[in-house]
Design a protein around this ligand. Structure first.
Ligand code: ATP
Length: 235
């Protein structure tokens, strides 16, 4: 069970950017996809979210086919996507941004319970609930983006370069918070150019190059093998 992608081909217009990707994220897994600029990492997450067209192959979640599901129905499967660049609403308050993530949650008790959980994870957001989100620091805006995704109560959270633009200290802090999210039972699929952090926190990893998976394995093993680090990871 969980996410199962087989031989996925996807892209933009007539241009194929993913050339037969197979990848699994089981229940409770923490998986990283690493690779250089333009490898196709963001396209992969967008294909799962239904915002990039699939040309072939299959994507399923808990046995349910997502491949042709319209993008607005993907959250119903409790898959949340934290996009690259956060894409929060700068002129709305922190609270309103978070509540937008709960648009599918009809029960007010459940909404307040989720909000409580997000505030426990990110106390800074509680302190700043009324502040306009655009005036927060980069790290705090990333917390809003992750918090908004958690308001859905996701079974799988997908994050696109969450460390982008953050100072090294904040990168660690953000990854520690993600570790807490994972401990609470949410599966994580992370794409990163920041290979060091991604391999430190994930359990398994895939390396992508030019729209293909060229290597996969336990993150610890990929991290510790010098020849792999030099040849594939540039670290
Ligand atoms: P980055 O970390 O720079 O975002 P990435 O690994 O996420 O890199 P993608 O953004 O998925 O890579 O891009 C994969 C390929 O798809 C690239 O060749 C890119 O030029 C192409 N591509 C991405 N977005 C579009 C688009 N909207 N229209 C056409 N081609 C696109």
């Amino acid at each position: 069970m969980g996410l199962d992608i087989k031989e996925l081909r996807a892209g933009y217009g007539n241009i194929e950017a993913l050339h037969g990707i197979s990848l699994q994220v089981s229940d409770g897994d923490y998986v990283a996809v690493v690779g250089a600029n333009g490898a196709g990492k963001s396209t992969l997450l967008k294909a799962i979210s239904g915002t990039v067209r699939s040309f072939g192959g299959t994507i399923s979640f808990d046995g349910k086919a997502l491949t042709r599901m319209p993008a607005h129905q993907i959250p119903l499967c409790r898959i949340a996507h934290v996009p690259e660049g956060r894409q929060i609403f700068p002129r709305l308050s922190v609270y309103d941004n978070l509540m937008l993530g709960a648009w599918l949650v009809k029960d007010p008790d459940q909404r307040s319970q989720r909000l409580g959980l997000v505030y426990d994870l990110f106390p800074r957001l509680k302190e700043r609930a009324a502040q306009m989100a655009g005036t927060l620091s980069g790290g705090e805006q990333q917390m809003v983006a992750v918090g908004r995704a958690l308001m859905l109560g996701p079974r799988l959270i997908m994050l696109d370069e969450p460390s982008q633009g953050l100072a090294p200290k904040l990168v660690n802090e953000m990854y520690e918070q993600l570790r807490e999210v994972h401990k609470l039972g949410t599966s994580v699929l992370l794409v990163e150019q920041n290979t060091t952090s991604a391999l430190k926190y994930s359990t398994r990893a895939y390396v992508m190059e030019r729209g293909k998976i060229i290597l996969s394995g336990l993150s610890e093993e990929l991290r510790d093998k010098d020849e792999i680090r030099r040849a594939y990871l540039g670290i």
